[in-house]
Design a protein around this ligand. Structure first.
Ligand code: NAD
Length: 489
């Protein structure tokens, strides 16, 4: 089997690969602007059929209580992805513009291997716990807690790390016993649609348990938030869209799980190796052209060494020229679309208008006339109130901000509507950890520690989200809790 052999992907509805009622739409290589092929364009009618199939599979089959079947199906999907990993890698580089080296990690192979955590968790999970006999209100009662699937989950995902985000929803939602409709971003339909091919060819997933709906129309995804047959929406994307999902979900009071934007800070304390820390911040901000929600995009450095910090960041970032994501050494590939490139350019222009300056970069590279590229850019001369320090840019852009000591660094880091991640560098590990403890964020990196792994929960404080993805906490997001009280003799 060759994935997408006819360069046209289909929807997965009720166990069958079908064409979309809305025809097709193109998926484009952001590095070359070439059309790779087309994806099925679903309409509201197709989405309705997918929701109905998921509802029926949940209500009328044994899926939600058959742990063994679920574990087997997830492991089959994982194996199918492993068996097709080179095709998936090529697809990911071409459709997402993901640098090849990242496909060995979070862009592909990492999330495929993380499916083991979902299967293992379901296999070993304590689905019921016995609280024993007690006499609340004087009535002798045997109490049990049961954990059950929520029902039909609508998963809505963005384009920046499609496999990571698709699988971080599909894996735990299905392992927990839910059925699901996955609606990927219109920019990366194939990364999701290939799952449909692999599921139908290589797994025992019963019809209706997994449905995949690609569409060029955001409103088709919004139906998942509104439909009363959907019990939960699991959304990753921008904070503004998250607000729309939450408000659409309010009418039916469904559970809404949100992973949203970020504007995370990288704090360099006055005893740290300044050049080393700034260089690491610059490298991180350039990876995948800065299209990661948890990337630290505010570099907060001691005021007395501000110029030195800007120079160190610019030396690294200026050397990371945006390039062909297919090449093994590329760190910074293209951004996903012309729209994103223009949006980033708007932010860069705002930095100059507010009195900032570019220590390197500042726009599209002069030597590339095709592809959606932005040069890794260091912005200097602005404070934390600048637009580029407050809003998520989602490009390879690092803003360097001065602090006046540890308390001020914490204040700046927390002075943001977001709270996704934070990094602290210091020669004194305890001092760094103490500062990390004061950050109002969901993940903290101390001196280069890595928080991303299958068993670590990921998510944000404040306007960066509600709930946690991955880890045991991520699995349990997809469960209801039932308290059972049986009269005892
Ligand atoms: P987006 O919010 O525009 O779109 C995300 C998804 O939502 C897409 O599938 C889109 O079709 C769909 N959508 C759009 N409008 C909708 C609506 N009204 N109702 C339901 N669905 C709707 O985001 P994007 O541009 O695809 O992705 C970039 C954003 O995602 C960034 O802001 C980034 O920070 C965020 N992000 C967050 C995380 C995280 O885990 N916190 C991870 C990756 C990306």
């Amino acid at each position: 089997m060759t994935l997408l052999g006819d360069r046209e992907s289909r929807l997965l509805v009720d166990g069958k690969l079908v064409t979309g009622s809305g025809g097709t739409f193109a998926t484009v290589n952001p590095a070359t602007e070439e059309t790779l092929g087309v994806a099925a364009d679903a309409t509201a009618e197709d989405m309705g059929a997918a929701i109905e199939a998921a509802r029926r599979a949940f209500d009328d089959t044994g899926w939600s209580t058959d742990v063994e079947l679920r574990v087997r199906c997830i492991r089959q999907l994982q194996q199918a992805m492993r068996d097709h990993v080179e095709e998936l890698r090529d697809l990911t580089i071409a459709e997402v513009g993901a640098p090849r080296m990242l496909t060995a990690a979070a862009q592909l192979e990492g999330p495929v291997e993380d499916l083991s955590f979902c299967a293992d968790t379901a296999q070993g999970y304590e689905w019921t716990s016995d609280l024993g006999v007690a006499s609340p209100m004087g009535i002798k009662t045997h109490r049990t807690i049961a954990r059950e699937a929520i029902g039909v989950v609508g998963a809505i995902t963005p384009w920046n790390f499609p496999h990571q985000i698709n699988l971080a929803k599909v894996g735990p939602a299905l392992a927990a016993g839910n059925t699901l409709v996955l609606k990927p971003a219109p920019d990366t339909p194939w990364a999701a649609a290939v799952l449909g091919e692999l599921i139908t060819e290589h797994t025992d997933f019963p019809p209706g348990v997994v449905n995949i709906i690609t569409s060029s129309d955001h409103a088709v995804g919004a139906l998942l938030s509104k439909d009363p047959r959907v019990d939960m929406v699991s959304f990753t994307g921008s904070t503004n869209t998250g607000r729309a999902v939450m408000s659409d979900g309010a009418a039916t009071l469904k559970k809404v799980f949100l992973e949203l934007g970020g504007k995370s800070a990288f704090l360099v304390l006055d005893d740290a190796d300044l050049a080393g820390a700034c260089s690491m911040a610059a490298f991180t901000a350039s990876m995948h052209a800065g299209q990661g929600c948890a990337i630290t995009t505010r570099l907060v450095v001691p005021r007395a060494r501000y110029d030195e910090a800007v120079e160190a960041a610019a030396a690294t970032m200026g050397g990371l020229k945006p390039g062909d994501p297919n090449k093994p050494g590329t760190i910074c590939g293209p951004v996903i679309s012309a729209r994103q490139r223009d949006r980033i350019q708007g932010y860069l222009d705002s930095a100059i208008a507010e009195g900032g300056r570019f220590a390197c970069g500042g726009g599209s590279p002069a030597d590339r006339d095709t592809g959606f590229f932005i040069e890794p850019t260091v912005i200097a001369g602005l404070g934390n109130s600048a637009k580029v320090a407050r809003e998520e840019i989602f490009g390879p852009v690092l803003t360097v901000i001065a602090h006046d000591g540890d308390d001020d660094a914490v204040r700046i880091a927390n002075d943001s509507p977001y709270g996704l991640s934070g990094t602290v560098f210091s020669a004194d590990e305890d001092r760094a950890a103490g500062i990390g403890a004061r950050l109002r964020v969901g993940t903290v990196n101390i001196n280069g520690g890595v928080w991303y792994s299958a068993d670590m929960p990921f998510g944000g404080y404040k306007q960066s989200g509600i709930g946690r993805e991955m880890g045991l906490a991520g699995f349990e997001e997809y469960l209801e809790i039932k308290a059972i009280a049986k009269a005892a003799k």
